[in-house]
Design a protein around this ligand. Structure first.
Ligand code: NAP
Ligand code: MG
Length: 480
């Protein structure tokens, strides 16, 4: 009998219209740029559009527009009015959800199932959630008259382009700040579509400005004297550069950086559920997830059973066309990221890890990496310490619960962790010991706008989401 196969079920791209060239979004209008760079579809290598590389003068104009909108309009507006704009944006995101999902998948390479069911609905949910706060800030525990910072510079990565934009823009606007945002170089398209949503929502000009380009544009924002606060999501290396640049400038700073999350499976866990959680923890979004469960810690007695079942499950992961509704694992976002993954995987092999991937045929064009596990990894291996940011899992073992905690915490990062156990007391004990900003029990990669997200140690400063996240956009609020 032949194996059960899925027929192709491609999503149509007819719902999006991509312009051949995009300008910058400054003061409510698209402004033509001088220099451009291509944005490509990483699943095929096809060029999607030309994006503007903003100059320092463009960044100046965007900051001035944000300042003027802050002084003349946004800070003077009744909070309930501001809320109406946020609700309007949330509704438009829902109405145009399919368009956003298709565009995100084309530009980023993530499976349409994820952009449709996770990225876009969560982005809308962030605007709804923060719209609700906009006129209730005096009850949020930041004093009776909380004040915004003013003009906020925001820099985001390429792994969840629209969702990271929503995490940044929604709380900033709800608290009365205006924004200049820089998307990642390889994924600007949904931010530019969001600029059109701002126009459609008739958001006052200059409240949101979008400047595209490379890291130099991010640095120009960070160093701009007209900015009151910087909110950055990206790598720990760039986060450190930004922290140094901002020191003594008087700017407020929040950093959401890298991670090397431990996913801990105790011997009393429900193993089939844990295997689903392990797969979700590392293969969701091709492992391009800061809070990925990239270090699997299995209690020794169940190691062989868990790894055996994991391999059976991994053989069922469908890798390929991200636009196919049946695809589980899409394309790696860029040639650079694929190079980084390959480099670390080669290191893992050299250091003696035992590598395994299921049989799968990778497409001939674009950037791809098969789902991969390394067993026999030790704490000293680079693949146990460094973020791979790809579909690669490092597997370690432990004997006692105490050893699990020591290994889990033995990292410069502290963003996320997972616990698999049927025993409530063990779960509570372990979550109290783990130094991670987010801890999931018997699940993984669950997000909600009401739940604060952020890291310990080199995973960052400050929180996004929930009441804590609001504090980052209120003067003095980060220290509450
Ligand atoms: P990245 O290289 O640090 O880039 C992030 C953003 O910063 C991009 O927009 C980038 O522009 C810009 N940038 C680069 N150099 C800069 C500089 N000197 N000054 C200011 N901005 C600069 O990170 P990435 O590779 O895109 O993203 C992956 C990283 O993000 C991972 O480490 C991941 O863990 C982390 N991440 C963290 C969270 C969280 O919430 N903690 C969430 C998602 C991702 P270009 O695109 O032009 O390089
Ligand atoms: Mg792209």
């Amino acid at each position: 009998m032949s194996a059960f196969e899925y027929a192709p079920a491609p999503e149509s791209r007819a719902v999006v219209s991509i312009e051949p060239e995009y300008g910058l979004f400054i003061n409510g209008k698209f402004v033509k740029g001088k220099k451009h760079f291509p944005s490509i579809n990483p699943a095929t290598g096809e060029k999607l559009s030309n994006i503007t590389q903003a100059s320092n003068a463009d960044v100046d104009k965007a900051v001035l527009a944000a300042r003027s909108a802050y002084q003349k309009t946004w800070s003077k507006m009744a909070p309930a009015q501001r809320a109406k704009y946020l609700y309007r944006i949330a509704r438009i995101l829902q109405e145009r959800a399919r368009e956003f999902a298709v565009l995100e998948t084309l530009d980023n390479g993530k499976p349409i199932r994820e952009s449709r069911d996770v990225d876009v609905p969560l982005a809308a949910a962030h605007f709804f959630y923060h719209a609700g706060w906009a006129d209730k800030l005096q009850h949020a525990g930041f004093g009776s008259a909380p004040k915004p910072h003013g003009v906020v510079g925001q820099i985001i990565p390429w792994n969840f382009p629209l969702l990271m934009l929503a995490w940044k823009i929604a709380p900033a606007l709800a608290t009365g700040n205006t924004v200049v945002l820089k998307p990642a170089e390889s994924t600007s398209l949904t931010a530019l579509l969001f600029a059109q949503v701002c126009q459609q929502a008739e958001l006052p000009a200059g409240v949101v400005n979008i400047v595209t380009g490379d890291g130099a544009v991010g640095a120009a924002l960070v160093n701009h004297p007209g900015i009151d606060k910087i909110a950055f999501t990206g790598s720990t290396d760039v986060g450190k550069i930004i922290a140094r640049s901002v020191a003594h400038s008087g700017k407020s700073l929040t950093l959401e950086l890298g991670g090397k999350g431990a996913n801990i499976v105790f011997e009393d866990a429900a193993i089939d559920e844990a295997v689903e959680g392990i797969v979700n923890g590392i293969f969701f979004n091709q492992g391009h997830v800061c809070c990925a469960g990239s270090r699997l810690l299995i209690q020794e007695g169940i190691h062989d059973e868990v790894v055996g079942k994991l391999k059976v499950r991994m053989a069922k992961i469908r890798v390929g066309d991200p636009m196919d509704k049946n695809t589980d694992l899409g394309a790696i976002n860029s040639a650079e990221q694929l190079m980084k993954i390959n480099e670390l995987v080669d290191y893992g092999k050299k250091e003696g890890g035992e590598i395994w991937s299921p049989q799968c045929t990778l497409p001939s064009k674009g950037f791809w990496f098969a789902p991969t596990i390394f067993s026999g990894v030790t704490q000293a291996h680079r693949i146990a310490r460094e973020e791979i940011f790809g579909p690669v899992l490092s597997i370690l073992t432990f004997r006692t619960p105490q050893e699990a905690i020591e290994k889990a915490n033995n990292t410069p990062f502290g963003l996320s962790a997972g616990i698999w156990s049927e025993k409530g007391s063990r779960t509570l004990w372990a979550s109290n010991q783990l130094k991670a900003g987010v801890i999931w029990a018997n699940t993984f990669n669950k997000f909600d706008p009401a739940s604060p997200f952020g890291g310990y140690k080199e995973s960052g400063w400050g929180r996004e989401g929930g009441r804590h996240g609001l504090g980052s956009y209120i003067k003095g609020g980060d220290h509450e």
